[in-house]
Design a protein around this ligand. Sequence first.
Ligand SMILES: [Fe+2]
Ligand SMILES: [Fe+2]
Length: 265
Amino acid sequence: MNQVFSNSAKNQQSTFNNCSHEQLIQLGWPDDFDFEIDELCQTLFLPFIEEQLDILREYDKKRNPLSDYMFYQHAYDAAKAVRDTALELGLGQRVANNMYYATLIHDLGKPELPPEIWDIDGTPNAEQKALKRKHVDLGVKKFENTFNYINHPFKDLAIDIIKHHHEAVNGQGHYGLTGDEISRPAKLAAIVEHYDGLTHPRPHQIKRGDKFDAPSIFEKIETRYKGHFDQDIYAAFKAMKLNEFNNNTPVLDIEEETPSEELGL
Ligand SMILES: [Fe+2]
Ligand SMILES: [Fe+2]
């Protein structure tokens, strides 16, 4: 058993298990509404989420078919990982579900950009990197423009995650925010985002024989990206992922699962 593996057993985190409803809200976790029964969530935000996922799926079809990093699948994988980590942290089903729905649309700005930008052969140059980063601001704009007349905590949560899912606590993220300038939900989304990106091999990584199983990815994160992530949330995410890896949880085939089923409709 390697080092990454054995550490995971000790890292079972239920950091927020004993927090009250009020404490969770104070800590920035979205426990002040319940997406699954809230009227505005069900009548306004849910149809919007479904629409954005359909747009992502259509957009993926315009991209290089050789790329295995499809954004429709990524949206579900990221949302599921956020939900499972929230449960691992002891945040409860309501926070986990609210985080799930907000994360589904974290990359809604991507289809605003030319599809070729995502599958460049080799390392993108500074200009191409800057263009890719614009998906964050474009996503915020799209969401804000659609719901500019609404005040709702889901709107605040979604905008936070859309805007800050590429932040790093050491200031090396998109906007250079550090530590407590980044909310806990955004810190969680950033960990999941980073991990999921690393599970999709680039051709040069395959050529040099990189491994892409969960323990290898954690080794890579801990070697190259030390200090990027909130340690408690990272530990819970890692415990959840390694548990999944150990139990060899089958990955759901997105083709066999309709969005409506996945959304719990
Ligand atoms: Fe993103
Ligand atoms: Fe993403």
